[in-house]
Design a protein around this ligand. Sequence first.
Ligand code: ADP
Ligand code: MG
Length: 463
Amino acid sequence: MSSDIIFKVQDSLKTKISDFNYKNWFKNLEWNYEGPDNVTISVPSKFVRDWLSDNYVELIKFEFFRLTEKEHTILFKVERKMNRTMDLFKQSEATQSESKDTEKRLLPKIKKQTAEPSSNLIKHMGFNPRYQFDSYVVGNSNQLVHAACRAVATQPAKSYNPLFIYGGVGLGKTHLLNAIGLQVLKNFGNWRIIYVTGERFTNEVISAIRYGKTFEFRQKYRDNCDMLLIDDIQFIAGKERTMEEFFHTFNALYEARKQIILTSDKLPKEIPNLEERLKSRFSWGLMADIQRPDFETRIAILRKKAEEDNIHIPDDVCEYIAANVKDNVRDLEGSLIRISAFASLAKLPVTLDLTKEVLRKIITETKPVLCVENIQSKVAEFYNLKISDLKSKRRHRNLAVPRHIAMYLCKTYLASSFPELGSKFGGKDHTTVMHAVSKIRNCLTNDVTIKTDVEELEKILGI
Ligand code: ADP
Ligand code: MG
C-alpha cells in the first residue's frame, strides 16, 4: 500500500516537472516509508540533497498530501554508495531522449534563424538589446542562476519550468531575463515570446476588463504564447483579478508545456499578499537566486562595462570603486559613468584622486552597512541589554519586546528569510520570527511607545 503511494507520487511528479528534470534529479533515488507518514529518500550526495530540499520538497509534500490527505515528513538521506554521477547542466543526453513526439505536437517546430532579429523587432518586443549573455559577468554569486538561464535559453520548455529568478535590486534579474528572451528570439525564430513586467501585465488585465477584451487577453497570453517572461512578478501581489488571470495563464501554459520565466525581488513565500496557490506553483520548477557580487566579480563587471563603453580606467581606480560600491551592480555602473563623464568634461585623466573626489559624496553618503549583527547591537544598546538577551529564550516583556523589534527591523530592512533570522536569533523556529514581526507591525498602529522606539531605532540605524 505504502509503496503504491510512492509510485503514485512519482508518477505525478513526472507530469509536473520536465522529463529532463525528472531524469536529472529523481531517477535512481530510493524512496521508503519509515513510519506511517514519514518518507525517506536516499540520495547520492549532499549536493543533490540540498537541491531537492531547496527546490522540490514542497512539491513532493504536496503530492503526498493530495493523494493521502495527510501531511508527510520527507527526509533526505545521503547514501554515498549510490554514487550517482549527477551533472546538473549536462543536458544533451537527457534531453535528446525526451519524448520528441509530444514536444513536436505542443511547441512550434524549431526554425533556425538565418538572420539576426532586427533591432526594431527587439525593441518592439520590449527587450533591451544590451542585456545579452555575452555582456553578463559570471561569478560565485550568480553562477547557478546563470547556468539555469543558459539551460532554459538553449532548451526552452525542456529543462526548468517555471524558472523563478529572485534577488535584490540591481543584481541583474532584468538583464538575465532579457538575455534568455533575446537568445530564444535569435535561435527559435518562430516562437511566440511575450516579455512584460508585472506592472504591464497588471495594466493589461485592467484594461482588458474595462474594455471587455478579456477574450483577446486570454488568447494572447494562453493560446498564442510559447514562452512567457514576466519581470518583477511580485508586482501582481495583492491585485486579485490580476492574480486570478495569472493563475489561469500559468496553468494553461504549464499544461501545454510552454516555458514560463519569472523574476522577483523576493522568494515566493516571502512575497506579501501573494496567493498561496501561486506561491506553490512558482516552486514547481527551479528557483534560483542572485546574490550580491563579491569583490572579484565587481572588478570583472567594471572592466566589462568599461570595455563596452570604451572607457579606460586604471586598475587602482577599478579596485577603489569595487571596494566601495558593493550592494548593487547598477550603482557600480553609475559610478563608472559618472567618473568618465566628469573626466571628459573637465578634460582630465581618470586617476584615483579624481575618482575619490567624484565619488566622495556617493560613498560618504552611503548609509552604515545594515546587517543582522548591526541591528542586534544597536537595539541591545538602545534598551541597555546584551546581544545574548536578544537571542535568549526568556520571555520577560523587557526582553521580548526589544527582541521582537530587532526581528521586525531585520525582516523589514534586510533581504533575510524567516528561517535565516530564526537561526541568527539563537536558533529559533521561523514561525517565532514570523509572529514577532507581525506583532510589531500591529503595534505600529496601536502602541505609541513601540512606534516611537521603532522610529528612533530606524534613525539610529540610518534608515
Ligand atoms: P535587477 O533587475 O535585478 O534590478 P538589472 O538587471 O536591471 O537588475 O541590472 C542592473 C544593471 O546592472 C544593468 O545595467 C545590468 O546590465 C547590470 N548588471 C547586473 N549584473 C550584472 C552582471 N553580472 N554582469 C554585467 N552586468 C550586470
Ligand atoms: Mg529589474
